[in-house]
Structure formats: C-alpha cells, structure tokens
Ligand binder design. Sequence first.
Ligand code: FES
Ligand code: FES
Length: 252
Amino acid sequence: MSEGIIDRVMRLFGLKAPAHPAPPPRRVVEPPAEPPRPRVVASNDIPSRSQAAPSPVKDDNIKSPVIETTDANAEQPQAPHEHKAGGRNGMTKVTMKVNGREVSHEAEDRTLLVHFIRENLGLTGTHVGCDTSQCGACIVHIDGKAIKSCTMLAVQAADTEITTIEGLAKGGELHPVQAAFKEHHGLQCGFCTPGMIMAATDIINRHQGQLDEKTVRHELEGNICRCTGYHNIVKAVLAAADTMGARKQAAE
Ligand code: FES
Ligand code: FES
C-alpha cells in the first residue's frame, strides 16, 4: 500500500496522519584536494654537495658506518691450518704393509686408498668401477676385513695390513676362492672379479661354514656384476666355502 492511500484512509477515519520524518540533510562531499606536484628543477638548480644544507637532525649518538678498506699488500690473518695428516704442502708419507711387504710412499692427503694402491704401488688388480661406492670392484682386505678402498683416504690406512687380489694366492697356488671362480665360471669380463673374490673370502671367513645361497646373495649386495647374472658367482662362493671348511677341519 502506498503512502498516499494511508493518508486518505486516515482522513476518512478522522485520524491524523503520522508526520513523515524529514529527509536527512544532504552531505556535500568535497572532492579530495590534489596532491602538490613535485617541482621540476633544472640540473643547475641542484646544490652541490658542499652547498647542501646541513641535516637538521644532529644526533651525536648516531655513528657513521665505518667502511674498512683492505690493502692488497697488507698481510692478511691466515685461517688456522686444518691439515690433519700433518704433512708438508698437503703431502704425507704413508707407510703400510701390503701383501706382506712394507711400503712407504708420499701421497697427497686427499688421495683415496684405491688410487694409492693402483698408482703409487702399481697394484692394478684392484679396480675402480663407480664414483659412488656402490660397485665393490675396489674391495681389499684391511687388517683382515673387506673394505671398499674408494671410501677411505690412503692416510687413514697408514700402519695397517692390506691384502689385495695380487696377494691372495700363496706359493703359486690359487686361493680356494680364486680356484672356485675359475672352476664354476664365476666371471665373464672379469672386471668385478677381484672385488667379488675379496668380498667372498671375507664372507666365508666370517660365516665359518654356515653359508647358504640366501646368505651369499645377501652378503654380495655391495658388489655389482654386469655380466654373469650372479648365479655362477654364488655357486663358486658356496663351493669355496666347502673347500675352505674341509681344509680347516683337516688342519684341526
Ligand atoms: S669403485 Fe669402490 S665401490 Fe665402486
Ligand atoms: S664379470 Fe663382468 S662385471 Fe662381473
């Protein structure tokens, strides 16, 4: 119902129509004042540094940053020398027993044992098959334990006894593990074979006749062979374990 109708109905019934509230006064919104425009000055209006007015803020506690200059000819303090091996110019004389013979050679402190064995001692039967310590081609025995010789420095192996593949045969006779690999054709290209044989010898020594196929496969996980499919390698290790166990019993 519109407002006019209400008024008329109220008049008919002799009633006074309610006063309509006055409309709110209109607010006049002023447009925002324009921001002052920056004054464009010609370059010759800009005061030089010497003419520039001093800063109105002067606080004696504020210190200007000190920029230290370095004199290339001045002697710089040296970082403490962190060379642990103690050699001169990063070279250290490394002495160890390899295949029953005492050897001594200067080597850079960063030289890996595998490179020391191959390049300084000329024992190239120990191979390098990867850059990631995965393949096991570099395994030698250090103090009777199989170790990947690419995982340690030559200086760390100082004063230890090392056996490489060249030192396994004795008196011109193949080690039982070497003989078993030959007999069971546990190799094809032969690249992994030195590491496999050194690892297998350690496995047999540690398990003392308790070896089965599953254990051999598990223990050889750190040795990679790209050729054989491992079947004949496992057969050779089991056969060598039997031979070594029988020899040990006979010796007791
Ligand atoms: S060369 Fe040492 S594990 Fe591959
Ligand atoms: S025989 Fe070739 S990599 Fe093992």
